[in-house]
Ligand binder design. Structure first.
Ligand SMILES: CC(C)(COP(=O)(O)OP(=O)(O)OC[C@H]1O[C@@H](n2cnc3c(N)ncnc32)[C@H](O)[C@@H]1OP(=O)(O)O)[C@@H](O)C(=O)NCCC(=O)NCCS
Length: 135
């Protein structure tokens, strides 16, 4: 059975391990333990973790700025994928965004996960994501 709960400080090492296994751990200043703790203490952020059998299997994090909700990152342990955990985490973060007043939700996705998001009701938008690496 999967239990969804808010992120805790003690989850950091396990979440780093999951990100590394999925090849999503490139930017330490954004994905690393310090960033995780900053996200968890940010009022606009929602940061949820999924546990099964007492082991953390994945997480999702995003923000609601008062107008739009956006999911920035989701990652499920490669050994726990395709068991419904991603869909459950998504339901949980959507419920929290809805509770805060958001009518819908955006997501930044990798090419390999597009079909997962489509199955969850997301549509591809004609927009591009751009980055200015330092400000
Ligand atoms: C993409 C990801 C979050 C999906 O989580 P998951 O727990 O494996 O997905 P679920 O088991 O909840 O799948 C729900 C449905 O989507 C499908 N699905 C999941 N991943 C898929 C993929 N990559 N391509 C196509 N379909 C996929 C499942 O088959 C399932 O379909 P069904 O409802 O018809 O049975 C997870 O595989 C993952 O962490 N991947 C690596 C990192 C990544 O790409 N993250 C997302 C970008 S931020």
């Amino acid at each position: 059975m999967t239990r969804i709960r808010p992120f805790r400080d003690t989850d950091c090492d396990r979440l780093v391990e999951i990100l590394e296994l999925n090849g999503q751990y490139e930017y330490l200043d954004i994905e690393g333990p310090d960033a995780m703790r900053r996200v968890a203490s940010c009022d606009a952020a929602v940061f949820l973790v999924a546990e099964s059998g007492g082991v953390v299997q994945g997480f999702v994090r995003g923000v609601y700025d008062g107008a739009r909700a956006m999911i920035h990152l989701m990652s499920i342990d490669s050994k726990a994928q395709l068991k419904g955990i991603g869909a459950e985490l998504l339901k949980a973060i959507e419920a929290e965004f809805r509770r805060r007043g958001s009518p819908g939700v955006l997501v930044t996705v990798s090419e390999t996960s597009v079909e997962f998001w489509k199955k969850q009701g997301f549509e591809v938008l004609p927009v591009q994501l751009m980055l200015k690496p330092s400000i």
